[in-house]
Design a binder for this molecule. Structure first.
Ligand code: MRU
Length: 352
């Protein structure tokens, strides 16, 4: 078994004392440019505009946004407390609706203020903890998920769930990194992930950079790929996992799960427990983000659909728990998720 660190060279979110440095995911892979967020507005914009994206990464970025807001209060000699930070907490929470990691991270930041004699250090420590815990969770999930894989397998992944989408290593891509290091995965297929091309632009960049054998497929080639017998597992991340195991993830995930079940291929969801939302009963209650139709109507900045043509652009869908073979979190593996097995592992996450 080789060292997983060999396939883990990328970090996209860097805290620098008084600003947040983000690898701008809108420009990859053609340009590797970092942007500096110097206040909470900058962070909110970076999340909304997808300079930083991926459920865990937006939670981490938002936590640092709160620290920047607290630093601004301190600079203006204003008390750092929940009242002073409330507008920023609300602003950051409203940037994207589907990934629950955002609200989870902001709840942790708000809680860090309680009974704190030094709120700025408490917030800074909490944001660092959120980031460090995410990296540790990913490494652990990598081992757990890879243990499910057979020798010499092919896997298909969707969207980008790697170091770019997290504190590092990745969720589904972390399992892939660990599976490659263990010598189990011989070929990775990445769906291009229309319309924003997270698979084509980001996942392929990570895999090539980290020396992992990767082939891009058109999203519409997935069923045909499965039929050829080239993949044994579909491995994806999640933006929100409901109390019954229904899972929201990047648009196109649901159809992969349907096709996988038809072809007898296993389907794995990998996400930290911060993605589990026990207060959401099932997938129907998950808010699905609709983004601007220009993402579909334009290609490379140019209109590519006839003038007057319209588009509908939901950017997530929900895979029913019944189509998921395993949910892997840092707490362990749930085989065949349902209300009972989810409650057994995540009862403490229910706020009721
Ligand atoms: O719109 P995005 O790019 O933020 O969507 C990201 C995804 O859907 C990922 O699969 C999910 O956040 C898991 S990332 C570890």
């Amino acid at each position: 078994m080789s060292d997983p660190a060999r396939h883990d060279s990328i970090r996209a979110v860097h805290w620098r004392e008084n600003h947040l440095r983000l690898l701008d995911q809108r420009l990859l892979p053609m340009q590797e440019i970092f942007i500096d967020c110097r206040n909470a507005d900058d962070v909110a914009r970076a999340i909304k505009d997808l300079a930083v994206r991926g459920a865990p990464a937006i939670g981490i970025a938002a936590a640092w946004g709160v620290v920047l807001a607290a630093q601004a209060l301190r600079a203006n000699s204003v008390a750092i407390d929940a009242t002073g930070l409330e507008p920023v907490l609300v602003q950051l929470n409203a940037t994207r609706p589907t990934a629950v990691n955002l609200a989870w991270a902001l709840r942790r930041m708000r809680a860090a203020l309680v009974n704190s004699s030094d709120p700025l250090s408490a917030l800074t420590g909490e944001a660092a903890a959120i980031q460090n815990e995410d990296l540790a969770a990913n490494r652990h999930m990598g081992e757990l998920g890879a243990s499910l894989l057979p020798q010499h397998c092919g896997v298909l992944t969707h969207c980008n769930t790697g170091s770019l989408a997290t504190a590092g290593f990745g969720t589904a891509l972390g399992v892939i990194r660990a599976g490659v290091a263990a010598g189990k995965i011989t070929q990775v297929y990445a769906g291009e992930t229309r319309p924003w091309q997270q698979g084509a632009r980001l996942t392929m960049w990570e895999l090539v950079r980290d020396g992992i054998p990767a082939k891009l497929i058109a999203d519409s080639a997935a069923s045909h790929l499965m039929k050829t017998g080239a993949v044994q597992w579909v491995i994806v991340g999640a933006d929100r996992i409901a109390a019954n195991g229904d899972t929201a993830n990047k648009i196109g995930t649901y159809q992969l799960a349907i096709a996988a079940r038809y072809h007898g291929i296993k389907f794995m969801v990998v996400a930290p427990s911060s993605t589990v939302d026990m207060d959401t009963t099932d997938g129907d209650a998950i808010d699905i983000e609709l983004r601007d139709s220009t993402e579909l109507l334009h290609t490379a900045g140019q209109r590519s659909v006839v003038e007057g043509g319209e588009a509908w652009n939901p950017v997530f869908d929900v895979t029913p728990a019944a189509l998921i073979d395993a949910i892997v979190t840092e707490r362990g593996i749930i085989h065949g998720p349902n209300n009972q097995s989810m409650r057994a592992m995540f009862a403490d996450k229910n706020s009721a």
